[in-house]
Design a protein around this ligand. Structure first.
Ligand code: ZN
Length: 371
């Protein structure tokens, strides 16, 4: 900056010198002048105002040298006057230039001051702006922070709300799931109950069917038993009827000649038996009379023999001959009603030969052998 400032000073000096010698371009001066304030803002130590004065002092000797050359020819006083006029003009010009320079410098100084002030103001403004910007930035930051915080809070609130909503949804879902579970369990229980009922019903039906089957079986057996019983009864009845028929049968009723023959045989036998009884009873009487004789000696034992014979005869009479008479009478009664010749055990007819041979007879050969 210092170098820049000195350069601008030099350039402005050159411009002044060039103007003073008559060949300088004003645009350069104005250019330098316009340029310098901007370059000299920071360069307070070297005031640009001193430099133009030195330049003017330097330029002055150059201007003083010119009149010395004109003294040589008095003829050329006019020329010298012109030169002097020219010099004065130049001096005036230089003075004017210096004045203008000073004025410009003053202006420049003022301008510099103004610029400085402006710069200060600008700096202040910038500072203020910077402060404001900083404040604004801080504000923005705060706002941004606040916004961020608000956003965060909002986000948190949203998250909380979402979490709450989620919890609520979850709770609802849980409740719904619980309800569904309860309903499902209720359905399952109902289904299980229904199944149990069906099973019970099936069991009951099976039991009922079994009971019915057993009842039918019992009924069938009862019926069968009844039929068997009926059959047995019928058979028994038939047997009884047959027996009754046999009992009342008269095997030789349709053969009166044979019955007559049998009657004769029975009567003959009866007479014979009676005779035997008579003989035996007479003999028994005799034996009793012998027993009552006094000379009868009990010691020799003959009396015991007599007693034995007598008892024998009496037994024969009582247990064989008299029952035989009774039997013959029964047989005769049967011959009379035509039932004689029927076996008392099996009610079958007794064979003719047996009836003729044995008198009386009440059993057939088979029953006689069996008994
Ligand atoms: Zn018989």
């Amino acid at each position: 900056m210092v170098a820049g400032a000195s350069r601008s000073t030099k350039s402005s000096v050159k411009a002044v010198a060039a103007k003073a010698s008559g060949k300088g371009g004003s645009p350069a001066v104005t250019k330098a002048g316009s340029k310098s304030p901007a370059r000299t803002v920071g360069a307070k130590t070297k005031s640009p105002a001193k430099s133009p004065a030195k330049a003017a002092a330097k330029a002055a000797p150059a201007a003083k040298k010119a009149p010395a050359a004109k003294k040589a020819t008095p003829a050329s006083r006019e020329a010298a006057a012109r030169a002097a006029a020219k010099e004065r003009e130049a001096k005036a010009k230089a003075t004017a230039a210096a004045k203008a320079l000073r004025e410009r410098e003053a202006k420049a100084k003022a301008a510099a001051k103004e610029r400085e002030a402006k710069a200060k103001a600008a700096a202040k403004e910038r500072e203020a702006k910077a402060k404001a910007a900083a404040a604004a930035k801080a504000l923005r930051e705060r706002e941004a922070k606040a916004k961020a915080a608000a956003k965060e809070r909002e986000a948190k609130a949203k998250a909380a709300a979402a979490a709450k909503a989620l919890r609520e949804r979850e709770a609802k879902a849980k409740a719904a799931a619980k309800e569904r579970e309860i309903e499902r369990r209720a359905r399952e229980r109902a289904a299980a109950e229904a199944k149990k009922q069906r099973e019970l019903e099936a069991k009951r039906r099976a039991a009922e069917a079994e009971r019915q089957r057993k009842l039918k079986e019992i009924e069938r057996r009862n019926l069968e038993e009844q039929r068997r019983q009926e059959r047995r009864e019928a058979e028994e009845r038939a047997r009884q009827e047959e027996l009754e028929r046999k009992r009342n049968s008269r095997p030789y009723a349709d053969d009166p000649e044979f019955l007559s023959l049998l009657r004769d045989r029975l009567l003959e036998e009866r007479a014979k038996t009676l005779r035997e009884i008579q003989v035996l009873e007479e003999t028994i009487d005799e034996l009793r009379e012998d027993r009552e004789q006094p000379e009868y000696d009990e010691e020799d034992g003959s009396s015991a023999g007599l007693d034995f014979d007598r008892d024998q005869y009496q037994t024969l009479v009582d247990q064989t001959l008299r029952p035989k008479i009774f039997d013959i009478d029964v047989a005769l009664e049967r011959v009379a009603d035509g039932s004689y010749g029927r076996c008392d055990s099996c009610y079958e007819p007794i064979q003719r030969a047996r009836l003729e041979f044995q008198v009386p007879v009440f059993l057939c050969q088979t029953c006689r052998e069996a008994g």
